[in-house]
Design a protein around this ligand. Structure first.
Ligand SMILES: [Zn+2]
Ligand SMILES: [Zn+2]
Length: 246
């Protein structure tokens, strides 16, 4: 399956990334990626950039090294209601709002019920675009309910390549179950590298294998065409523009 966009990557600005944005774009170009989502961790991640960093992303040009740059963030879920560590006024101006559970970033849920409620709370937020590594075994969820919520709120679920390389051990079976459920319910998925260094941009070998095993059609993977990615971003921009926050 040919992948032309990588919607989840990090730079040196997140505190544990190893490449600048320019290097990441060059890595994308070299690896055949035409659209790069730069989505550094939200401020609750130890070492992450502050809110000001995300407020100033407008300074980044639309293209670097011929690669289209989508400016975003990977928010941390903090509350049992799915509340995030980045305020709406900042999220509203971003191209990509990624959200997920991360250890030591403020979330205190303890079981499937709490994790599911919290994740669905985040999915129902009109500014949220994509849920990162939903198969993380540290934060088990009810897959059926989460996939149904993703369908209802037009949110993408991710197959995160880094999860299978050591970031989140034991993700394979959960991600297979989530992908099968997405296939069954017709929910869009993204394959993302979650690269923290330029060489890994577009590295999706294990996600590809999982999607092949499940037998999911390329149609259901958003980052197989520039049109599909940009159509999604534009559609969500409309929701974002209409949304008025407190
Ligand atoms: Zn990271
Ligand atoms: Zn990440």
């Amino acid at each position: 399956m040919k992948i032309i966009a990588d919607l989840h990557t990090h730079t040196i600005s997140c505190g544990h990334g190893y490449s600048s944005l320019e290097e990441m774009a060059e890595g994308a170009r070299q690896n055949g990626i035409q659209i790069l989502g730069t989505t550094d961790h939200g401020p609750n991640m130890p070492g992450a950039a502050g809110l000001k960093y995300f407020e100033e992303l407008w300074r980044i040009p639309e293209y670097i090294a011929g690669v289209r740059i989508l400016k975003g963030v990977e928010c941390n879920i903090c509350g049992l209601d799915g509340s995030l560590d980045v305020p709406d006024r900042v999220l509203q101006n971003l191209d990509l709002v990624l959200v997920g559970f991360h250890p030591r970033c403020g979330y205190l849920g303890k079981n499937v019920e709490e994790n599911t409620r919290s994740l669905i709370g985040a999915i129902s937020h009109p500014l949220v675009d994509l849920i990162v590594h939903p198969g993380n075994p540290m934060f088990p969820i009810d897959e059926k309910l989460v996939v149904a919520a993703a369908l209802e709120y037009d949110v993408i679920l991710e197959v995160n390549n880094s999860s299978f390389r050591g970031s989140r051990k034991g993700s394979w079976d959960n991600c297979t179950a989530i992908a099968s459920e997405c296939q069954h319910q017709g929910v869009l998925m993204a394959m993302d590298s979650d690269a923290h260094i330029s060489f890994d941009v577009g590295r999706l070998d294990l996600s590809q294998k999982l999607i092949e095993t499940v037998g999911m059609d390329a149609e259901q993977i958003i980052n197989t065409s520039e049109e599909k990615v940009m159509e999604f971003v534009q559609r969500k921009r409309l929701y974002k523009a209409e949304y008025s926050y407190k």
